[in-house]
Write a protein that binds this ligand. Structure first.
Ligand code: 13P
Length: 264
């Protein structure tokens, strides 16, 4: 049995003081869940939020990292730096950090730095660096609206999954978390139908199995994109969905606690 993992991606919300207040409100509301629970504040709030979470069941995570350990990389944060402020996990390859929306991913070398420029290959580097530092990577994959309309959903998530896993052992692959986040469902209120989300999570699981057969059953796959208290139970009941990556609703303590409760 896979342990569900419910993660809150706070994105660019919450100062340290606001993050502390949110967690103080959240902790007493959380049910005694069998799920792992994770919150991912902005870098500047990690230390303060980590202090509030000490001794609780809730793990601390970050929203990105770089793949180098140190050096002249202005503005970047190394995985071991995240570990030292108490992070146990890191979200990687979120669609808000990948290359330009709606445009097929360019070659690594010819990358268009349209958003934050992450590509399948930089995400793979980040996953390896995160694992080396002892962080749990949560690798986001998902198609844009245009890709879905062109019938390319499965091709896109298979490619993103396969490249994310390059160079990883079966054991490393088995320990990863993937998050299926259809780009068109993020922040739009338009949740992917649970049946379809489950189907695509199954495609991701098969792609993990093609990399390492033994990893397919163990790898955990979250759904993300407009998860709310009223749709969480249906999504989380599906065979291939092992948790949720929650954006907007994770900023409301009662809503996030209700989503955790929906995980059983
Ligand atoms: P929303 O839950 O706000 O749609 O965001 C989903 C997301 O991007 C989580 O990483």
């Amino acid at each position: 049995m896979r342990t569900p993992i419910i993660a809150g991606n706070w994105k660019m919300h919450c100062t340290p003081a606001e993050g502390v207040a949110l967690c103080r409100e959240l902790l007493p509301l959380l049910p005694a869940a069998k799920a792992q629970i994770l919150v991912c504040p902005p870098f500047t709030a990690l230390s303060a939020v980590g202090t509030v979470l000490t001794g609780s069941e809730v793990m601390l995570g970050a929203q990105d990292c770089f793949w180098k350990e140190k050096g002249a990389y202005t503005g970047q944060i190394a995985p071991h730096m995240l570990r030292e402020v108490g992070c146990r996990a890191v979200i990687l390859g979120h669609s808000e950090r990948r290359g330009r929306f709606g445009v097929p991913e360019p070659d690594f070398d010819a990358q268009i730095l349209a958003h934050f420029g992450d590509s399948d290959r930089t995400v793979n580097r980040k996953i390896k660096a995160a694992l080396a530092a002892g962080l749990l990577p949560i690798c986001c994959v998902g198609e844009t609206l245009a890709e879905r309309q062109e019938g390319r959903t499965d091709i896109v998530v298979k490619r993103q999954t396969a490249i994310a896993l390059e160079g990883l052992s079966a054991e490393q692959a088995a320990g990863l978390v993937f998050a299926y986040e259809p780009v068109w469902a993020i922040g739009t209120g338009e949740v992917c139908a649970a049946e379809e989300a489950d189907r695509v999570c199954g495609v991701i699981r098969s792609a993990v199995g093609e990399h390492a057969a033994a990893a397919a059953e163990s790898v955990r796959i979250q759904y993300g994109g407009s998860v709310k208290p009223d749709n969480a139970a249906d999504l989380l009941a599906r065979a291939n969905i092992d948790g949720a990556l929650v954006g907007g609703a994770s900023l409301k303590a009662a809503d996030f606690a209700a989503i955790v409760a929906a995980a059983g």
